[in-house]
Write a protein of this length. Structure first.
Ligand code: TRP
Length: 333
């Protein structure tokens, strides 16, 4: 039986962090045996808000690939490839542009949030504004059934599916609708400052590649309960980042429950809770760091993984685009 297809990816604007890990990387590692998995490094999408400094992409493409390998994406079974090298993606994006209205894009909540975050004001680059359409091309060109992503990407999948329905009814049923996969129990992992989202540009991230000392320092600086001044004072759990992280990462929920009760009653200091979290996160990140270290000694190997992955993705792209041109009656000669 044919395996179902996963298409997912990340912008190469920096190293990946714990938010990526709980949001989607874990799912990708878990599912790679059961699905045919394509993972795209979205350098074209990264360019839509980095047009002034394209040179950051080259370095970060390798960093992201290293993070993939470090968390356990197996290049023998998952296909890691580079978005910009698949010209069919830009071609398909151009066809899709005609199937979406400006008003629809303006309603995309993720785009809205990002426009605010990036302080574009009224000077929104067109390329940035239409990136959901390019992302729809990413997903559909590979006929993905499943897209493991963080929660903030849900509007993108919804928009892609709208395009699929429109294309299929206008021309021919070439494309498949995709389902988003976000972790069940997770809202999103807050930053170490307690802000709703962990992000590179927010300066509140724990990177998968942080060394032990950096990780420890970040945990010690984490936002807790600002009114919990003395150990004896009763403390709050809600909005307390350290406990939120323990909920995500602690293997023994009973211990966490006991700590929570103790903390709320008073008599449990922040440093103790933080030390416990530090133990847990070091244990999770240790094997990831070791694998990263191993692969970073052989960057040619990493580059070759991307190259051969891109070749494989190219074959799939060719096949779908022939169907697309035929469905649209653009196969003139
Ligand atoms: N938008 C994603 C991000 O911000 C990256 C991405 C590009 C993607 N194309 C995709 C994710 C297709 C899933 C499917 O990191």
């Amino acid at each position: 039986m044919q395996k179902k297809i996963i298409l997912t990816g990340d912008r190469p604007t920096g190293k990946l962090h714990l938010g990526h890990y709980v949001g989607s990387l874990q799912n990708r590692v878990k599912l790679q045996n059961d699905y045919e998995q394509f993972i795209l490094i979205a350098d074209l999408q990264a360019l839509t808000d980095n047009a002034e400094n394209p040179e950051i992409l080259g370095k970060n493409i390798i960093e992201v690939a290293l993070d993939y390998l470090a968390v356990g994406i197996d290049p023998k079974i998952s296909t890691i490839f580079l978005q910009s090298q698949i010209r069919e993606l830009t071609e398909l994006t151009f066809y899709f542009l005609n199937l979406v209205t400006v008003a629809r894009l303006q309603r995309n909540p993720t785009v809205k949030t990002e426009i605010k975050q990036k302080n574009f004001g009224t000077s929104i680059p067109v390329g940035f504004f239409v990136y959901p359409i390019s992302q729809a091309a990413d997903i559909t060109l590979f006929k993905a059934n499943l897209v493991p992503v963080g929660e903030d990407q849900l509007p993108m999948i919804e928009q892609a599916n709208e395009i699929v329905r429109k294309f299929n009814s206008l021309y021919k049923p070439v494309f498949t609708q995709a389902q988003a996969l976000v972790p069940k129990d997770a809202g999103r992992l807050p930053g170490i400052d307690g802000q709703a989202k962990m992000g590179k540009s927010l300066g509140n991230a724990i990177y998968l590649s942080d060394d032990a000392d950096t990780l420890n320092k970040k945990i010690m600086s984490m936002f807790t309960d600002p009114t919990h001044l003395r150990v004896e004072d009763p403390g709050k759990i809600e909005g307390n980042t350290v406990f939120t992280y323990l909920d995500y990462f602690a293997p023994d929920k009973k211990i966490v429950q006991e700590m929570k009760e103790h903390y709320q009653k008073g008599g449990l200091g922040d440093v103790k809770v933080k030390k416990y979290l530090n133990e847990i996160l070091q244990e999770i990140l240790n094997p990831i760091r070791e694998r990263r270290e191993h692969y970073s000694k052989d960057l040619d190997f990493v580059k070759n993984i991307i190259k051969s992955g891109t070749q494989k993705a190219q074959e799939r792209a060719d096949k779908t685009m022939q169907e697309v041109r035929q469905a649209m009656k653009l196969d003139y000669f």
